[in-house]
Design a protein around this ligand. Sequence first.
Ligand SMILES: CC(C)(COP(=O)(O)OP(=O)(O)OC[C@H]1O[C@@H](n2cnc3c(N)ncnc32)[C@H](O)[C@@H]1OP(=O)(O)O)[C@@H](O)C(=O)NCCC(=O)NCCS
Length: 202
Amino acid sequence: MVRHNLVLTSPTGKLVLVAPTAQDDDDAIAKMRTHPETLRYLSFLPRSLTLDEVAARREARLDDPKTYDFNVYPAGEKGGKPLAVTGIMDIEEEHDACEAGIIVDPGAHRTGLGTEVLYTVLKFAFEKKKLHRVQFQTSANNDGMRGWLDRVAGACYEGTRRDGWKGLDGLYTGIAMYSILEDEWREKTKPALLMRMRVEDK
Ligand SMILES: CC(C)(COP(=O)(O)OP(=O)(O)OC[C@H]1O[C@@H](n2cnc3c(N)ncnc32)[C@H](O)[C@@H]1OP(=O)(O)O)[C@@H](O)C(=O)NCCC(=O)NCCS
């Protein structure tokens, strides 16, 4: 199987999104994925990760043709610490649809990083992969992600799958479902994100 080796540059040129490789900083990824702030709304994720577990997850997802994972780094700082992980997954070719996901390093929340990363991923999904629908699933009480989807992206809230996720603590959480369609991307979300970032499309 051919693995992707794409490098996407964010619209400001400050960030690069690259396929995770064995050289990546697995330790930083483990810390980001198990940080209490990350886990607050992702209660089903493991509380700790070994480097072997991070590597096994990375390799399995790289082999999955329905998934494009990216690690996000500051542009021009080879070997720098990843600032976020993102990607599209569950690509349904027959329906031109996928899901998108993101985890921003908690130290960089609310600095505009999520907007820049999600703009780059959405542009990839709609304009490169020619998908029609990108879906987001997030915990119903995830004010950060829902705030971004509602107020920044203007995504369509489709409803909540009640008790859709079971946390490791045994408690259930509703999953708020959102989507963006290709024409909404072109006419609404893309211009709004470009304006927020104060950049033009290249
Ligand atoms: C949700 C997340 C991706 C947002 O990324 P970010 O870099 O903080 O977002 P940006 O700085 O680009 O955008 C900030 C906007 O998002 C929304 N937002 C972000 N955090 C918020 C919060 N805690 N409460 C309400 N709105 C919030 C607001 O609209 C905010 O705009 P404002 O600052 O003008 O009010 C980030 O907080 C994150 O990775 N969280 C942990 C992992 C996670 O929950 N991922 C989603 C799993 S489905």
